[in-house]
Design a protein around this ligand. Structure first.
Ligand SMILES: C[S@@+](CC[C@H](N)C(=O)[O-])C[C@H]1O[C@@H](n2cnc3c(N)ncnc32)[C@H](O)[C@@H]1O
Length: 264
């Protein structure tokens, strides 16, 4: 028994040392200077998504055990979209929210993201979005004021370099009574679940994500950003501060994911 424990500990330490060495080599090769990147979230996040775009969909489904599609569908159902809706999917990435909305019968759909490579993949997946896919920053959207009935942001808000400016920009483009639907990770409140969640996010996810995408940094950024967002951002207070009136919150999958629907 003692030998088994000792072996497990030895293997775990060897694995951690291996990861650290690979990280060092990766950073050296790509000349990543973390003190600079941390100071500039916009550059850091854009760099990450431009780099992992090709593997993003596959890893999303794999690492969430296919639950990501369920979360998006659930958020869209809760948002009450219909065939009259004018939808702007912000931080649309490769378009999975917009594609699902289209299946639900929404016809006026726009995608917006600051990553060229993510938008390119969305265009190649769905011919119908071509021409309505805009490269922009969520914090300052060049979209006509009061022209949109619904905004969706799936797993995007946590990545904004200025969340408050992002929400102000949402208020600007939404019509009166328009809705912003936010789908985002959260740390579960239950202590056992939280420990398991953190173990998975901090160890398994960067390991598998790193091997498949060839970019471990990106998959280390994910757990850090979720924890940071959970600790530092009071999303409801921020939505109210920026002008949203009614805010509804729903927890999904044991409180590991949240849907927030804010009405202007
Ligand atoms: C985790 S992906 C989510 C993509 C998609 N919504 C989904 O459900 O799979 C986050 C996306 O947000 C985009 N993004 C992050 N910060 C942004 C910002 N400030 N403005 C516009 N897009 C941003 C990234 O380029 C990336 O495509």
């Amino acid at each position: 028994m003692i030998f088994a424990l000792w072996s497990a500990k030895y293997l775990f330490n060897w694995w951690r040392r291996k990861i650290k060495k690979e990280e060092f080599e990766y950073n050296h090769k790509h000349q990543i200077n973390h003190s600079v990147l941390k100071d500039d979230k916009k550059k850091q996040v854009k760099f990450i998504f431009e780099n992992i775009a090709g593997k993003y969909d596959f890893l999303n489904h794999l690492l969430s055990f296919g639950l990501d599609s369920y979360w998006r569908k659930k958020a869209l159902k809760l948002s009450g979209l219909n065939s009259d809706s004018i939808l702007l999917d912000v931080a649309c990435g490769t378009g999975d929210v917009a594609i699902e909305a289209k299946k639900m019968g929404v016809t006026k759909i726009f995608g917006a993201d600051f990553s060229f490579n993510m938008l390119k993949l969305f265009n190649s997946k769905s011919k119908w979005i071509r021409g309505n896919n805009i490269q922009l920053v969520a914090e300052n959207m060049p979209v006509k004021s009061g022209s949109i009935t619904n905004i969706t942001v799936a797993f995007g808000v946590r990545n904004f370099y200025n969340i408050e400016e992002g929400f102000k920009s949402f208020i600007n483009v939404l019509k009166q009574n328009g809705k912003a639907t936010i789908l985002e990770f959260r740390l579960p409140k239950n202590i056992i679940l939280r420990i398991l969640y953190k173990f998975y996010f901090n160890n398994i996810l960067p390991f598998i994500g790193g091997i498949i995408s060839g970019n471990r940094e990106a998959y280390k950024y994910l757990p850090n950003s979720v924890e940071d967002f959970d600790k530092k951002i009071d999303i409801v207070a921020l939505l109210k501060k920026t002008g949203f009136s009614k805010i509804e919150k729903y927890n999904l999958t044991f409180g590991t994911v949240q849907v927030i629907i804010a009405t202007k």
